[in-house]
Design a protein around this ligand. Structure first.
Ligand SMILES: *Cc1c(COP(=O)(O)O)cnc(C)c1O
Length: 397
């Protein structure tokens, strides 16, 4: 059994704060600051450029990728780190289209995160006529998969509602009809067990600053199913994805396997911060995390629906149909969230009326959940949210 009490003590959280926004930006582990300082002083400062060799910097995107691979059910050597998630979405989509010549449609749903859809729009605008992005309701995705679709691009867990797509089932249908799949694991990695290899998914991408605590702007990851990795065409042909970067060849030749999805110089400081939190994630069994996450989200939903009037559950009621977040609607959602944050419970708000809460078992327990609901109840029942200071709109919600 994993020791959740001990893991809670490993996180740096402000005194008195109940943090229910680790689905947006996970908190640092206590070791992150020292790790960064050590990399700056001992590696960067002392070894300077030699550190690319002496400190293993050049291999770091693959080494850290292997640690992520374990958490998402992928074999070693199939995941590489770098860039931001939006870039990785573009890369996977472009490679997916190239693997399916003759087809021109990317299928996605309107529960997807806008950046994923924007990346698809940008990509089709670069191609000759006929390429298009088709967007349907999440419930219509399965039916909309047919022989005209080149790539199915889905985010497994909906960022607003927490609704979970059935990766294995949709991937199986896509493959029966010759469709390549791109799965975005932004709200899955570190939140729920993912079985990339077992599901047969072709491509997967995700970020590491949400549930995985890598820090703001932490490097993203990309996975290619190993049997496709040597044929996938990297559209963003950067020198570090080249077979021999230091031959300084004038023409691009893709590196072997997942290496080809590297683009430019890896973000060593970002990877160091991520590696510090992965020291905890390495010990974790995702099945145990899932069990604890269900206990916490069920408790939160039960307490909210029992004690707090006026809230409507937007997430699926069945825990098997949702990820590790709970979304509630309230007409005064924005003001309520500002009041909550001011009273030590941090979640976030998504327009037009969604209060969104993420649940991370590594640093949250039942006591936190009960306290958070009590504060939410007080804010609504005593109309504390009506204070004018909670009406001011911030740029980042
Ligand atoms: C958080 C999130 C992103 C953000 O992309 P960045 O490039 O890291 O800013 C993209 N897609 C999904 C599905 C997300 O949840």
């Amino acid at each position: 059994m994993f020791d959740f009490k001990a893991s809670k003590a490993c996180f740096h959280l402000p005194e008195g704060v109940i943090y229910l926004d680790g689905n947006s930006l996970g908190p640092p582990v206590r070791a992150t600051a020292e790790r960064l300082s050590a990399v700056v002083k001992e590696e960067w400062g002392e070894q300077l450029i030699r550190a690319w060799n002496t400190a293993g910097w050049m291999q770091r995107p693959r080494a850290t990728g292997d640690r992520i691979a374990r958490l998402v059910g992928a074999p070693q050597g199939s995941v590489v780190m770098g860039d931001t998630l939006s870039i990785k979405v573009f890369q996977a989509l472009a490679a997916g289209l190239a693997l399916n010549p003759g087809r021109k449609i990317i299928l996605s749903d309107n529960g997807n995160f806008p950046s994923d859809l924007y990346m698809a729009e940008g990509l089709v605008s670069l191609k000759e006529n006929g390429f298009q992005l088709k967007v349907v309701d999440p419930e219509q995705v399965e039916e909309a998969i047919d022989e005209t679709i080149a790539v199915l691009m889905l985010t497994e867990v909906d960022y607003r509602t927490g609704r979970l797509h059935d990766m294995a089932k949709l991937t199986a249908k896509a493959h029966r009809l010759g469709v390549i799949t791109v799965w975005d694991l932004a709200h899955s990695a570190g939140a729920i067990p993912v079985h990339l290899e077992a599901s047969g998914a072709d491509f997967a991408v995700g970020c590491t600053y949400k549930y995985l605590n890598g820090g703001p702007g932490a490097p993203a990851f990309i996975y290619i199913r190993p049997d496709l990795a040597d044929t996938a065409q990297p559209a963003l042909a950067g020198w570090l994805g080249h077979a021999k970067p230091f031959a300084f060849d004038l023409h691009y030749r893709p590196g072997t396997g997942i290496e080809r999805m590297r683009v430019g110089t890896p973000p060593i400081l970002g990877l160091a911060a991520l590696d510090a939190s992965l020291d905890i994630w390495d010990q974790v069994d995702m099945g145990e995390i899932r069990q604890r996450s269900i206990v916490l989200t069920e408790l939160f939903i039960r307490e909210c629906l029992t004690y707090v009037p006026g809230l409507e559950l937007m997430s699926p009621r069945d825990p098997m149909q949702r990820g590790s977040q709970v979304s509630l609607r309230h007409p005064q959602g924005y003001e309520i969230m500002q009041a909550l944050i001011d009273n030590g419970v941090i979640g976030d708000f998504r327009a037009p009326d969604v209060l969104r809460f993420g649940f991370a078992p590594l640093y949250l327990d039942e006591d936190d959940i009960r306290k958070a609901v009590a504060i939410l109840r007080k804010i609504i029942s005593q109309k504390i949210w009506q204070d004018p200071k909670y009406q001011v709109r911030n740029a980042v919600t």
